[in-house]
Design a protein around this ligand. Structure first.
Ligand SMILES: *Cc1c(COP(=O)(O)O)cnc(C)c1O
Ligand code: SF4
Length: 334
């Protein structure tokens, strides 16, 4: 007989899918029927920051198209090996802003916790590609210390879970963490920044919605989607189940050369997001991290794109174009 506790210990579907993610460049090239000559550079670039992408996300890519906007976000390429002046390993100087390891209190009223370094997908443009996550994992030894900090700072109303990807943690751990946060009276809002609901929508299952529905905290989920092609039916279904339990859904994107640097792509994205109940929040200018320079869009082009979007979209579908600058009181509008 299978007991209930026994049953709960089984990996969830999303965990199995996550474990089956594509991490070998050769498999990715084969699945997409791409030129095998791409393998050598892909392997070289993957040595620094590995390839990782769930199969369901690959299924949304066009076969044989090296310019596919989803593929470009995950395929390691030799451009990443170039060293570019003005680009650094820790562009936001986050290591200096940490009061408690894994806790960033840069802006008033809200703190950001980096709970895990694990991500479901390795985005080639990511500013955390050189970040020593494992040293800053508040869920291990530092969780009590972080909680203490939150208890003592009565002006903190919002806790932001970031990463890595906080939803790569199991629901049992997240539910425990939420319970700890609920016990701090001045905390009102829990915001989760995650790419998982987009790249692996199976993540939003009944075990997740169970704690999400129960909490007294106002929940905000900021998904991270850069192109309308990322948003298939399973993502729409995941968003619908979160909306049904009252989660506020927002999206942030990074402006990326060759991926979403056209007004058509950005307008499609905003409209598609809205059709599944998500409002655009931020459009980030790339953080200048070594290995990502080939994705940069200059500020003048970015400004022109936003102007064109403003002309063609209602105000509520216009993301705020921002750059994150060390030492500022908030993200800097451009
Ligand atoms: C981006 C960020 C936040 C959240 O900023 P919002 O403008 O509220 O979205 C909070 N803390 C840190 C350290 C951040 O980088
Ligand atoms: S932190 Fe976000 S952007 Fe960076 S690799 Fe992970 S999912 Fe991608």
């Amino acid at each position: 007989m299978i007991t209930r506790s026994h049953h709960l210990r089984q990996p969830r579907l999303w965990q199995s899918l996550l474990a089956q993610s594509i991490t070998d460049p050769q498999s990715l090239l084969r699945m997409l029927e791409l030129d095998p000559d791409l393998l050598n550079p892909a392997q070289l670039a993957a040595a620094g920051f590995g390839l990782r992408v769930p199969a369901g996300f690959v299924a949304r890519m066009r076969k044989g198209d090296l310019d596919d906007p989803l593929l470009r976000q995950v395929l390691p390429v030799c451009d990443e090996l170039e060293t570019t002046r003005g680009y650094s390993l820790d562009p936001l100087r986050e290591q200096h802003a940490m009061t408690v390891p894994g806790l960033l209190h840069k802006y008033q009223g809200r703190v950001l916790l980096t709970l895990t370094g694990a991500c479901a997908v390795h985005c080639r443009y990511c500013f955390r590609r050189h970040y020593p996550y494992n040293e800053h994992n508040p869920l291990n030894t530092q969780w009590e210390q972080s909680l203490d900090y939150l208890r003592k700072h009565h002006d903190i109303k919002e806790v932001i879970l970031s990463g890595g990807d906080p939803l790569s943690l199991p629901d049992s751990r997240l539910a425990g963490l939420v319970a700890d946060l609920e016990a701090v009276p001045h905390i009102e809002t829990l915001r989760i920044h995650s790419r998982l609901p987009v790249v692996l929508p199976e993540r939003v299952d009944t075990e997740m919605t169970a704690w999400a529905e129960k909490t007294r905290l106002r929940l905000v989920l900021v998904i991270h989607c850069n192109h309308a092609n990322e948003l298939g039916r399973p993502v729409a279904a995941a968003m619908a189940s979160l909306r049904a339990i009252g989660v506020t859904l927002l999206n942030q994107s990074v402006l990326l050369r060759g991926i979403n640097d056209s007004s058509t792509a950005l307008i499609d994205l905003s409209e598609r997001l809205f059709s599944i109940g998500v409002l655009p929040y931020y459009l980030h200018q790339l953080d200048r991290v070594q290995g990502a320079a080939h994705f940069e869009v200059d500020d003048k082009t970015a400004g022109a794109l936003i102007t064109e979007m403003r002309r063609r979209l209602p105000g509520y579908l216009l993301p705020r174009l921002v750059r994150e600058q060390p030492g500022e009181i908030a993200k800097t509008p451009l």
